[in-house]
Structures are given as structure tokens and as C-alpha cells.
Design a protein around this ligand. Structure first.
Ligand SMILES: [Zn+2]
Length: 158
């Protein structure tokens, strides 16, 4: 059993869709970034890559590559799944917390878990998604961005 940690943060800006865990959530702002800026999925990817000591998301999917512009991060997550498979690892479990003052995410949690599980080809029971706020403190509470942190466990595929 190996574990990895992932953290990511993106700024909230006008004129972009808000995509978290592959779910497009109605909101007046969205996350800025080269891909769809799905901060939650990016944290999961970094946790999985970290568990396998395979570097980080920027190494495998560098921003600035034209074919990655606005790409769904679920597609990138499938790429991480393939990297893990290539090293004969399988996902044991994932736990991710997204930190957003607004919008309220509770109604979207199940769909996020389903998206992540489908991209990784694992049972939804192995994927935990939690939503938190920054309790009024600092830039995240002021709505300047959304952050996510994740841990992932992987094991040798039998
Ligand atoms: Zn990111």
C-alpha cells in the first residue's frame, strides 16, 4: 500500500464555466486555467501520481500545450489511470476535500464521485468527495479562488 497527497488552487474569474469533479456547476464565475481548471480533479491526479512517485500533473500535462486547452480534466485523470496501470498499480481509495465558500456543493457531490470513479474505472465506494469552506478567513472565503486537497492510496494490481 502506497499513499500520495495532492493540493491545487485556481483563481475564480468571470467568463469561465465552473467545473469541479467533472460537474459543471451553475455559478457566476469559473476557475481560470489552461485545461478546464477542475481543481478537484487536479488534486486527485497529483495524489495518485504522488503515490506512485510519478511526478506531478505539470510534468505529464504541461500547461501551454495546444491540445490540452480547455480539455476536460477527467480525460487527464484517465491518463493518470493509464500511467498507474503501466506501473501495475491499482487505486485503493481516494479522499478529496474541496474548499469553496460559494457555491454550495452538497447537491453535486455524488455526481463528482461518480465521474471520478468512472474515469479511474473503480467502484464509487472507493472515491470520497467532501466540501468545506474557509470559514470566512482569507482569499478563499472572499471568493478569489477554490482549492482542493486529496490523498490517494494505491496498491500492486494482482
Ligand atoms: Zn490545477
Amino acid at each position: 500500500m502506497r499513499t500520495g497527497i495532492g493540493y491545487d488552487i485556481h483563481p475564480l474569474v468571470a467568463g469561465r464555466p465552473l467545473v469541479l469533479g467533472g460537474v459543471t456547476i451553475p455559478f457566476e464565475k469559473g476557475l481560470d486555467g489552461w485545461s478546464d481548471a477542475d481543481v478537484l480533479t487536479h488534486a486527485v491526479m497529483d495524489a495518485l501520481l504522488g503515490a506512485a512517485a510519478l511526478g506531478d500533473i505539470g510534468r505529464h500535462f504541461p500547461p501551454g500545450e495546444e491540445d490540452l486547452r480547455n480539455i476536460s480534466s477527467l480525460v487527464l485523470l484517465q491518463g493518470v489511470r493509464d500511467l498507474l496501470k503501466g506501473k501495475s498499480y491499482k487505486v485503493s481509495n481516494i479522499d478529496v476535500t474541496v474548499i469553496a465558500e460559494r457555491p454550495r456543493l452538497a447537491d453535486h457531490i455524488y455526481a463528482m464521485r461518480a465521474n471520478l470513479a468512472a474515469a479511474l474505472g473503480v467502484d464509487i465506494d472507493l472515491v470520497s468527495v467532501k466540501a468545506s469552506t474557509n470559514n470566512g478567513i482569507g482569499e478563499l472565503a472572499a471568493g478569489e479562488g477554490i482549492a482542493a486537497m486529496a490523498v490517494a492510496g494505491i496498491e500492486a494490481a494482482s
